[in-house]
Design a protein around this ligand. Sequence first.
Ligand SMILES: NC(=O)c1ccc[n+]([C@@H]2O[C@H](COP(=O)([O-])OP(=O)(O)OC[C@H]3O[C@@H](n4cnc5c(N)ncnc54)[C@H](OP(=O)(O)O)[C@@H]3O)[C@@H](O)[C@H]2O)c1
Length: 247
Amino acid sequence: MSNPVVLITGALTGIGRAAAVAFAKKGAKVVVAGRRDEAGKALVKELRSFGSEAEFINADVRKEDDVRALVDKTVARFGRLDVAVNNAGTEGRPSPITEQTAESYAATFDTNVLGVVLSMKHEVRAMQAQGSGTIINVSSTYGHEGAAGASIYAGAKHAVEGITKSVALELAKSGIRVNAVAPGPTDTGMLTRFTRTPENKAALVTTVPMGRLGLPEELANAIVFVASEEASFITGHVLNVDGGKTH
Ligand SMILES: NC(=O)c1ccc[n+]([C@@H]2O[C@H](COP(=O)([O-])OP(=O)(O)OC[C@H]3O[C@@H](n4cnc5c(N)ncnc54)[C@H](OP(=O)(O)O)[C@@H]3O)[C@@H](O)[C@H]2O)c1
């Protein structure tokens, strides 16, 4: 498909933003979703400068009414939904297990897991009606590895990968592919918040065999590939984009 309709959650910063730019430059019609209207409007202006028909829709992925309306407005505007990138995520409140509370658990799981579940529920509804589509959930290398001091985040991303593989099986014969892209340490605001200090960030870099952070654009390139027809026999897969960190 030459001009797919692409929906990206958490699209106003970091990896989601880079994916929006990458899809727009390839001629996609891009719906960027996020929680801040001014930043959303500014991003749409930039995407339109690349010739993309772009729209911003305000949506908090923890709220089913927002997510339902996001998908319905996308289909109303563009007539279909070809690619959904469920990227919205939070680092939550990383700290040892003894310091976790029901609130800190919910602060992570509500966005990273419930947000993905609600997004897929409504995206699949639209894709089943048209008999095609592809979904990419943004996981993490911590979706299949432990993370000392970030157990709740790692648990949430493990859930994302299990849900991704299961929904891929449910939909395998339907024309809808479901995959995950798992970033390693990537140079975004989240990584800066997650590591807290330059020393912690430098220490994390030493765990990456390539010896550097990933760029949001490198994650975007992987997302665009998994969404493309070149990846037509790939479903239920978790693609590490991590400089060799997972081995
Ligand atoms: N950077 C890394 O090293 C790394 C590594 C592994 C995985 N990841 C994953 O990559 C994805 C993108 O993260 P990033 O690194 O690009 O960080 P980021 O710049 O902080 O992006 C996260 C985006 O998600 C949005 N968001 C958070 N909660 C939301 C909610 N409830 N509803 C809607 N949007 C929400 C944020 O919007 P607001 O500005 O409104 O909060 C922000 O735009 C996340 O799923 C993250 O877990 C990142």
